[in-house]
Design a protein around this ligand. Structure first.
Ligand code: ATR
Length: 289
């Protein structure tokens, strides 16, 4: 029941209609007995700064930020966490006395999802497909957690080069190597040698027969394939990886954990595994209706 003490959180995105975050956060609040509601907001770009300032004035406890505002919103914040600053994107706003502080729980969410599946990054060789916004957090995480090498494959080489340079400078080592997607065979072939992380939107519903890399045989290079996409449940990238003998995962756990970590930041609490699993099930159910 909403009453005078109910705290409000929400998401800023445009479009916002397909977000799974409200069902996750409202389930967490209900399970934890918190008087908190989470609602979708759809600001226009021109109104983003006013929306953030207005949210603060309305005593809104916390916000998520999604496409297309993860960079733009940084201008409207009182502070930015150092990892989010390095990644150059923010997806979670946490209330402080002077305004919101921005965090990037996408990269933390991916880390928690990888750990849950027993996927390591330290000393690993990783192939990242795509060099857009999502890839930034992925490549940053790989370097931060001690990956030996990251091959960054992108259709547009310049974009991969830009990201590789940026991250190599930040970590003061040449860990990231940019390549055009078409030249994937320049990566040394090693059977089950690589963790592959797919960050592009290629293969996302309704284009479920599309895949970033068509060469089915080459998938035997991967010991593990992680697709950030979660609709469909089994992308073509995952199907090809599995057929070649690799383990394959979709991105719903990453989405789950970026939300759980945001919830924990807003409420200074730890969400139990049992409640997290309930949150995951409602997201799955919402996806499949
Ligand atoms: P996000 O912020 O979600 O990562 P984005 O910034 O639009 O999304 O990035 C999309 C990524 O998918 C880019 O790496 C893009 O490649 P380009 O930099 O060459 O545009 C990649 N991508 C999108 N469609 C693609 C396609 N049909 N084939 C190969 N790569 C594609």
């Amino acid at each position: 029941m909403v009453d005078g003490r109910t705290r409000v959180c929400g998401i800023l995105a445009n479009p916002v209609e397909h977000t799974l975050s409200p069902v996750l956060h409202n389930t967490l609040a209900q399970e934890l007995g918190h008087s908190l509601i989470y609602v979708p907001f759809k600001p226009e770009k021109a109104g983003l700064d006013i929306a953030v300032k207005g949210a603060f004035a309305l005593n809104i406890l916390g916000l998520n930020v999604s496409v297309p505002y993860k960079q733009e919103v940084m201008k409207s914040l009182a502070a930015v966490d150092s990892d989010a600053e390095q990644i150059g994107a923010v997806n979670t706003l946490v209330r402080t006395e002077s305004g919101y502080k921005g965090y990037n729980t996408d990269y933390l969410g991916l880390w928690r999802a990888l750990q849950e599946e027993g996927i390591r990054l330290d000393g690993q060789e990783v192939i990242v497909f795509g060099a857009g916004g999502a890839a930034k957090a992925v490549v940053y995480l790989c370097c931060k957690k001690g990956a030996k090498r990251v091959y960054l494959l992108n259709r547009t080489l310049e974009r991969a080069q830009g990201l590789a340079e940026e991250i190599n400078q930040k970590f003061l080592k040449s860990c990231v190597c940019a390549l055009p997607l078409a030249d994937y065979r320049e990566i040394p072939y090693k059977k089950c040698g690589y963790l592959a992380i797919q960050t592009s939107s290629v293969g996302m519903y309704p284009n479920t027969e599309q895949v970033i890399l068509e060469d089915a045989e080459w998938y035997s290079c991967f010991h593990t394939a992680f697709d950030l996409i979660y609709t469909p449940e089994k992308t073509k990238f995952m199907r090809l990886a599995k057929a070649a003998g690799a383990k394959a995962y979709h991105g719903l756990k990453m989405l789950l954990y970026q939300g759980v970590i945001a919830y924990e930041l807003w409420n200074t609490c730890t969400v139990s595994q049992e409640v997290i699993e309930k949150g995951y099930r409602v997201m799955e159910r919402k996806l499949h209706v």
